[in-house]
Design a binder for this molecule. Structure first.
Ligand SMILES: [Ca+2]
Ligand SMILES: [Ca+2]
Length: 193
């Protein structure tokens, strides 16, 4: 009886949560339910910590450089943890998955601003942008395909200059979204397709 009751309660709680979060995503109800189940399977207490996130992320890239993998995972975690309280909640998880899987380019760029702010100063500098793209490049197992680090750096260097008209060397959120969305070269190397 105890177990049945707690399962019933759990289901009721989940339904309540879903009716709050679901409508703010691009997911149909059954899709939101699917992602919710995945989330609770891995994170029964509903609070995904940074270390757990880094560990899960690492499992997908067994052969990649440990340092790059961890740094990138921590950046992605920051983008997931919208309210910056050290945990990814179900709500934050659903919103991120919805954006990454279903969002349009502008929505994805808005979401990834935090991810690209590598030094966390609230702006995206040329070094930030290059740094994050090189981290992604480190995860690639097939080094034959795609751009080399040098090619990526050259694209960022050139395109960043075009976006950063005032020559400040760093972009605010609006400038980042507008600029990158207008640069097909940058869009071509962004990890948000
Ligand atoms: Ca959070
Ligand atoms: Ca920065």
């Amino acid at each position: 009886m105890g177990i049945l009751w707690s399962r019933f309660k759990e289901k009721r709680e989940m339904k309540k949560m879903l009716s709050k979060v679901g409508p703010t995503t691009h997911f149909a109800r059954h899709e939101a339910e699917y992602w919710m189940k995945i989330f609770y399977q891995d994170v029964p207490d509903g609070k995904l910590s940074e270390d757990e996130f880094v560990e899960y992320f690492g499992n997908f890239y067994i052969n990649a450089n440990e340092g790059s993998k961890k740094t990138l995972a921590r950046q992605i975690f920051k983008a997931f943890d919208r309210n910056d309280n050290g945990y990814v909640s179900l709500r934050e998880y659903l919103l991120a998955m919805s954006t990454l899987l279903r969002g349009d380019t502008l929505e994805k760029l808005e979401w990834s601003f935090i991810l690209f702010d590598l030094d966390g100063d609230g702006m995206v500098s040329r070094e930030d942008m290059e740094g994050v793209l090189l981290l992604y490049n480190d995860l690639r197992t097939n080094k034959e395909a795609g751009n080399t680090d040098e090619e990526l750096a050259a694209i960022v260097d050139r395109e960043f200059r075009l976006i950063d008209r005032a020559g400040k060397g760093r972009l605010g959120k609006r400038q980042f979204i507008d600029g990158v969305s207008r640069s097909y070269r940058l869009l071509g190397i962004m990890p948000i397709r």
